[in-house]
Design a protein around this ligand. Structure first.
Ligand SMILES: Nc1ncnc2c1ncn2[C@@H]1O[C@H](COP(=O)(O)OP(=O)(O)O)[C@@H](O)[C@H]1O
Ligand SMILES: [Mg+2]
Length: 375
């Protein structure tokens, strides 16, 4: 069956059933797509997981396990209520009707699973980092500003402080995400981060080992290279902490320590070697503040038993310094990207300090106060 027609037909039928309009496709993954949809109440995102895309469909046992996993994703996402996790409004299983003539070639009884979520206003964190990387985020006045060639400490703290609250919420619900990466961190108004993609969500069972769910290579620590892919359940949350540490690394250097090129070749000792080398490089990097160094190194610690916990990160004094700025930015709730980005820059501490110095200089030189940058 032609994939494009098949997608079109299914989305049309679902839109009819839900009484919604499909605006456009906003994301595409291995098993399905995410659409921006609309009804009289507002905008939503719809994730469709299509059964005919499942690799496992020719192996009945694995197929059944996958179906159970998807049902678990649907069930658990409905129950998660946190500002820092994307809110699921409704889930459904779309089954073939006997009169579905145009789907008659469809091999399975269930056509697809659907998750209707709140729609994040902006793209995901990966896109934002990409804007920084390409230096296209800021207007021409800012293009050559050294502050914006990389993500500043404030910007990094702003995001990490929020993501850790999402992870803490999951942890309190005895869950780990297991696929934390910039693509799965959505950005809503005020740059509130919303963790999404709960397909790898895994329950932590006390006193029994955690079988590591499959996630994304670049964000996996040495524990993933053990033959028996399992860890002590008390270390479960550190899977997500490692991934978050890699996100910080990526925000700072715009590359990953383990990249797709060496994916197939690596063994556990090599991964530990790569990480230790990176830790040494970070320690010697004079362009990073000592506090960010310490934080990053604690999070990408190769030995899972020594790695930082969620509690360690929540209690980090340096991260806590910026909490009041985060509330301020969230309250702006402007909705207009450009304005918001400008506000965002205003609250950047380094920017703030620079402007403060400029102002003092102006004052000394007797230049009239600029009203533009209120401090
Ligand atoms: N609720 C949402 N609001 C806005 N964009 C979304 C939403 N959910 C997903 N997306 C976009 O779609 C992409 C894929 O969604 P995701 O749930 O991560 O599916 P996959 O399992 O295919 O990775 C995300 O990286 C994001 O860019
Ligand atoms: Mg994803």
């Amino acid at each position: 069956m032609n994939k494009v027609n098949d997608d079109d037909q299914i989305i049309k039928k679902i839109m009819n059933k839900l009484n919604c309009n499909c605006v456009k496709r906003i994301g595409k993954g291995g098993y399905g797509s995410v659409y921006h949809i609309k009804n009289k109440n507002g905008n939503y995102a719809l994730k469709l997981i299509k059964i005919n895309r499942l690799k496992e469909k020719n192996d009945p046992q694995r197929y059944q396990t996958t179906i159970e996993k998807i049902r678990y994703e649907l069930e658990s996402s409905i129950n998660l209520k946190s500002k820092y996790i994307i809110k699921t409004v409704q889930t459904f299983e779309y089954k073939k009707d006997s009169d579905d003539q145009d789907l008659k070639d469809f091999p399975e009884h269930i056509v697809c699973f659907g998750i209707i979520m709140e729609k994040a206003a902006y793209n995901d964190l990966n896109f934002l980092i990409h804007l920084y990387k390409k230096k296209i985020l800021f207007n021409s006045r800012m293009n050559n500003h050294p502050l914006f060639s990389t993500m500043s400490d404030f910007t990094i703290k702003f995001f990490i402080n929020q993501i850790i609250l999402g992870l803490d919420f999951l942890n309190r619900s005895f869950l780990i995400h297991a696929d934390i990466k910039p693509e799965n961190i959505l950005l809503n108004y005020g740059f509130t981060t919303k963790i999404t993609d709960l397909s790898t969500l895994t329950a932590i069972k006390k006193n029994s080992d955690l079988i590591l769910p499959s996630g994304t290579f670049c964000f996996q620590g040495p524990e993933y290279y053990e033959e028996q892919k399992k860890i002590d359940s008390k270390d479960s949350e550190k899977i997500d902490i490692f991934a978050l540490g890699i996100i910080i690394y990526y925000m700072k250097y715009f590359i990953y320590p383990m990249n797709q090129n060496n994916k197939a070749k690596l063994n556990k000792n090599q991964v530990i070697g790569i990480l230790n080398k990176e830790i040494e490089n970070i320690s010697n990097d004079s362009n990073i503040s000592p506090e960010l160094k310490e934080l990053m190194i604690k999070m990408i610690e190769p030995d899972i038993s020594k790695r930082a916990t969620i509690e360690d990160i929540l209690g980090n004094k340096w991260l806590n310094e910026e909490k009041k700025f985060i509330d301020k930015i969230h309250r702006l709730n402007d909705g207009e990207d450009v304005k918001l980005f400008i506000e965002f820059q205003k609250y950047d501490k380094e920017w703030y300090e620079k402007k403060k110095k400029e102002k003092e200089k102006e004052k000394k030189e007797g230049v009239k106060k600029s009203k533009k940058y209120k401090l």
